[in-house]
Design a protein around this ligand. Structure first.
Ligand SMILES: Cc1ncc(C[n+]2csc(CCOP(=O)(O)OP(=O)(O)O)c2C)c(N)n1
Ligand SMILES: [Mg+2]
Length: 549
């Protein structure tokens, strides 16, 4: 007798959903007890870790990953990570356990009001009307997650799994392809706009972080003879950052943005909306008279962009066509900014002697990493006050060379790094985390160690929320600092995990070449470093009071 569970497992196998992530509870026991060979269940000790690891795997493979969550408690804990997954374009199938249908009307123990719990961050939420609709809902969630690049939820009452599957046909296609064709007519208005510009410029975003888009954008930038900037608060690199046309990272304030792009009369944004900002500043994004156009595969990004022209299309396909359609721009274009390549710091950021008094600065750590990591290393960043420094010091040389947190939610980097490494154990993964940020995802260290994943974690331990100090400076005390009731604990003292899972920085420096490739497969390594306080961006590094470690 074939059950709904049997049919769902078959759907999962057919779709390649064979590695599951989760933190189980009693409502999932009918599904998870005695999982068959061929399905690997990876345990996480917190839902943030389960979703983050799945997101890392999904980002690395470009295919949905499956997460199992426990009722309202599990989904509630997972919301932060689901928001991150949506903003970071990670396709996920999320199975959520629910009470037994037969008495759910009485709101028994563990009943969850689940459908709206994650707001409208999921790309779809399924509450199958019959148990027999569950396998089809899982298949549809797979296709939806892929089409809309985010988490699709399926809520499954616990008695559904043992129900008899009455027919074999499920309401979803076995294979669903998404055509990305673009025609010459689609890009013609963009070519016209760029041909009419004296000094065009390209701005790229996370939606252009794939090899084909990089190749097309290099061609297009060459034809336009123009610089290429990365969008503010990016999640991934939309252009090779060691390329001579790469100009840097755009500022997140309107005035600085206008200044930076001053002189350009046409801006083509590729793989991003126009444009992510923080804090609010009055005034337009671009100088008056600037022609703005956007090409993105994400309809929402296109719809909200204040642009003269928008095209919803694959950036790779559209830019390849556009590169052939535009007239080459010759002399008169702005020469690309002279940038350091291969991880060298700009002159004003180089601090070879370390901090006065012997304390390390984040710049020292990042420079040491830059000289040691393998070129194909995936750098996962969640170090708020050192983000800019990291982006400049460790330029992305591969479309997956950098993964950030564009939504600003802390706690995803640590588990995502694990998922990335699980998806491709041959590729080194380095996570650089603030000590505050590390604690938002710290449970994932258990999974990293337990499964011998092999990620190099570097914790920049400045014993504070430095970025909050910077933002709050001049506005009185804030809860993370200088308050007798609430002082921020240093990473070394706050975390028991640190004692079992991490090593001090000075020992990492002796760690042979320091290659994160060497971490595989025995164990993950987490190195902490006491750094200056605050680990400032833009020149406000101060020496560490406690001295360097
Ligand atoms: C889940 C979540 N909670 C709170 C915040 C607000 N927040 C932004 S940065 C930050 C401090 C991060 O501290 P740390 O990782 O130590 O980095 P540092 O500022 O010291 O570089 C906090 C609490 C957030 N972004 N996400
Ligand atoms: Mg900190």
């Amino acid at each position: 007798m074939r059950t709904v569970r049997d049919a769902t497992l078959q759907v999962a196998r057919d779709l390649g959903l064979t590695t599951w992530f989760g933190n189980p509870g009693s409502t999932e026991i009918p599904l998870l007890a005695d999982l068959p060979d061929g399905i690997r269940y990876l345990l996480a000790l917190h839902e943030n870790a389960a979703v983050g690891m799945a997101a890392g795997q999904a980002i690395a493979t470009g295919r949905p990953a499956l997460v199992s969550l426990h009722a309202a408690a599990g989904l509630g804990n997972a919301v932060n990570a689901l928001v991150s997954a949506r903003v970071n374009r990670a396709p996920l199938v999320v199975l959520i356990g629910q009470q037994d249908r037969r008495h759910i009307a009485f709101e028994p123990f563990l009943t969850g009001r689940l459908a709206g719990l994650a707001g409208d961050y999921p790309v779809a939420v399924h509450l199958p009307l019959r148990a027999q609709d569950v396998p089809g809902a899982v298949a549809r969630a797979y296709h939806e997650a892929l089409t809309w690049s985010g988490p699709a939820l399926v809520i499954v009452p616990m008695d559904d799994w043992s129900a008899v599957m009455d027919e074999t046909q499920i309401a979803a296609p076995a294979v669903c392809r998404y055509a990305t064709g673009v025609t010459a007519a689609d890009v013609a208005p963009f070519a016209l706009l760029l041909d009419g510009a004296r000094l065009p410029v390209l701005v790229v975003g996370a939606g252009a972080a794939d090899r084909a888009a990089w190749d097309a954008l290099v061609q297009l930038a060459g034809r336009l003879n123009c610089p290429v900037w990365q969008e503010p608060f990016t999640g991934r690199a939309g252009f090779p950052q060691d390329h001579h046309r790469f100009a840097g990272f755009l500022p997140a304030g309107r005035a600085a943005l206008r200044d930076t792009l001053a002189g350009h009369d046409a801006v083509l944004v590729v793989g991003a909306g126009v444009l992510r900002q923080y804090h609010y500043e009055p005034g337009p994004l671009f100088a008056a008279g600037t022609a703005v156009a956007v090409i993105t595969a994400d309809p929402a990004e296109a719809h909200r962009s204040p642009a003269r022209l928008a095209l919803i299309a694959s950036p790779a396909a559209a830019c390849a066509l556009l590169a052939r359609a535009v007239t080459p721009h010759g002399s008169g274009s702005v020469p690309p900014r002279d940038r350091p390549a291969g991880g060298r710091l700009p002159r004003d950021r180089r601090q070879p002697g370390g901090a006065p008094g012997g304390g390390l600065r984040s710049a020292d750590v990042l420079a040491a990493l830059a000289s040691r990591i393998d070129p194909d290393t995936i750098v996962v960043e969640e170090c708020p006050s050192s983000r800019e420094l990291l982006q400049e010091t460790l330029p992305a040389r591969d479309p997956l060379g950098y993964l950030g947190a564009p939504g600003g939610n802390l706690g995803s980097a640590l588990p995502e790094a694990i998922g990335l490494r699980l998806a491709d154990p041959a590729r080194p993964v380095l996570a650089v985390l603030g000590d505050g940020s590390a604690l938002y995802g710290v449970q994932a260290l258990w999974s990293a160690a337990h499964y011998g994943v092999g990620v190099l974690f570097i914790v920049l331990a400045n014993a504070r929320y430095a970025v909050m100090d910077q933002l709050a400076s001049g506005k009185g005390k804030h809860p993370g600092r200088d308050s007798p009731k609430c002082t921020w604990p240093a990473w070394p003292t706050a975390s028991a995990a640190r004692r079992s899972a991490s090593r001090p920085w000075r020992r990492w420096r002796k760690y042979s070449t320091g290659s994160s490739r060497r971490c595989a497969p025995a164990a993950s390594r987490c190195w902490w470093k006491r750094t200056s306080a605050p680990m400032g961006s833009r020149g406000d590094d101060r020496p560490c009071r406690a001295g360097g470690r």
